[in-house]
Design a protein. Structure first.
Length: 251
């Protein structure tokens, strides 16, 4: 260790210190690509995805140390508290929805359900479009901020489930499903398009396409985080065990 300290010309930083842990992912990525202080650039050795895989590996080390350090604490982990809070909010929301259904009526209930479902779905699809566009054109400038739209795009699976549930409210919301629609010449002319079987097919096709795009661009092989999980030997292959614990914290 003294030999390494002399070679690098200074005391290395603690990779698990609060100061270094608070640095954003983009800082680690930039240091890997450009180098800093005694640490040289690794742009020639690690490509774009490998650099993000290294950042993901570092975060795993830091998270594991944090969990190990608080293992003896009396309070439950933060993740458990978040899950409990989410469960409580979900129960409150379910109780409010049931109250609307029985006090105001099922029509207002299904309209509210559809509006909020489309709100979540629009947020997810809009951010999925941004992620897909950035990956298709190979935009490296947006990598530090890409995690935000990826997380928001994770609303898509939830919105798809809610949209499938909303299908049961179609006969309540849309007038073309009413028996009186058979006497409306306009709705009769649109019957080949406005009918429940075809509507269900369109909904299933759209939901499948959305989930496939989400699985590929956010959860699949296009995601650097996934590449880090399926290539655990990356750090050993690139000499990262020495780099991550010595040079990187000091950069």
């Amino acid at each position: 260790m003294p030999l390494l300290s002399h070679a690098y010309g200074g005391k290395p930083g603690n990779f698990l210190s609060n100061e270094i842990r608070a640095r954003p992912d983009g800082h680690y990525f930039g240091v890997l690509m450009l180098g800093k202080n005694a640490m040289p650039s690794y742009a020639a050795d690690l490509d774009h995805d490998d650099r993000w895989a290294a950042v993901h590996y570092i975060r795993i080390l830091q998270t594991g140390a944090e969990r190990q350090g608080r293992g003896s604490a009396m309070s439950p982990p933060r993740s458990a508290l978040v899950r409990n809070l989410f469960g409580a909010v979900t129960l409150i929301g379910a109780a409010g929805s049931a109250g609307v259904y029985f006090s105001v009526g099922r029509e207002r209930f299904w309209v509210n359900w559809l509006v909020w479902t489309l709100f979540l779905l629009t947020l997810g699809l809009g951010n999925l479009f941004l992620v897909a566009l950035e990956r298709l054109v190979g935009a490296h400038w947006s990598v530090p901020m890409r995690r935000v739209p990826e997380r928001i795009a994770s609303l898509i699976p939830l919105a798809v489930v809610l949209l499938l549930v909303a299908f049961f409210g179609v006969p309540v919301i849309f007038p073309w499903t009413y028996p009186e629609a058979a006497h409306n010449p306009i709705l009769v002319a649109k019957a080949p398009w406005l009918n429940l079987p075809f509507f269900a097919i369109r909904l299933a096709v759209c939901a499948t396409v959305w989930m496939l795009f989400y699985a590929f661009y956010v959860r699949g092989f296009a995601s650097p985080g996934m590449k880090a999980r399926i290539r655990p030997s990356l750090c050993a292959r690139a000499g990262w065990r020495r780099l991550s614990w010595w040079s990187f914290p000091s950069a």
